[in-house]
Design a protein around this ligand. Structure first.
Ligand code: COA
Length: 122
């Protein structure tokens, strides 16, 4: 496996908060999977975690396009889930070759994500 794509994205949390207040489930349901909505909604400040996952999706898409992937990836085709320790991982409905890793951070006004794509070169 070798690294064939990297991507990063920075999101202002209050932008996501405004979209949630204005559009509610019309926004969250368009962008996030049911599992992501369940994870974020049960947190004390859901908008922080929605913003982190929003950044993650953008970072993952950037990393995928760097590998040479040419098709648009629908938002809900990317799912970021968390294990019992809080570690995020990526599940994709769009079958893009390789494996994607993601890291998320949030502090103050911003959420940030970084993604790496690894591809097996036969
Ligand atoms: C893991 C740790 C470094 C995260 O630091 P933090 O400052 O809380 O993290 P940030 O606020 O920058 O980012 C939060 C994001 O980090 C990610 N994260 C949380 N725990 C994580 C972990 N154990 N490993 C990797 N990423 C983790 C999540 O994506 C989280 O966002 P989300 O809940 O919206 O998905 C910190 O919680 C820690 O040191 N914990 C003690 C050690 C520990 O829990 N170890 C578990 C063994 S794996």
């Amino acid at each position: 496996m070798s690294i064939t794509g990297i991507g990063t994205d920075l999101v202002k949390i209050d932008r996501i908060q405004r979209l949630i207040h204005r559009y509610g489930e019309r926004f969250t349901g368009k962008i996030f999977t049911l599992n992501e909505i369940a994870y974020c909604s049960k947190r004390a400040a859901p908008e922080v975690h929605f913003a982190g996952r929003f950044a993650a999706k953008e970072a993952i898409a950037k990393a995928a396009y760097q590998t040479g992937w040419m098709q648009v990836i629908p938002w809900r085709d990317i799912e970021v889930s968390s294990d019992d320790y809080g570690r995020p991982s990526v599940q994709l409905l769009t079958k893009i070759p390789g494996v994607c890793h993601v890291s998320i951070s949030h502090d103050g006004e911003y959420a940030l994500a970084f993604a790496i794509w690894e591809t097996d070169h036969a």
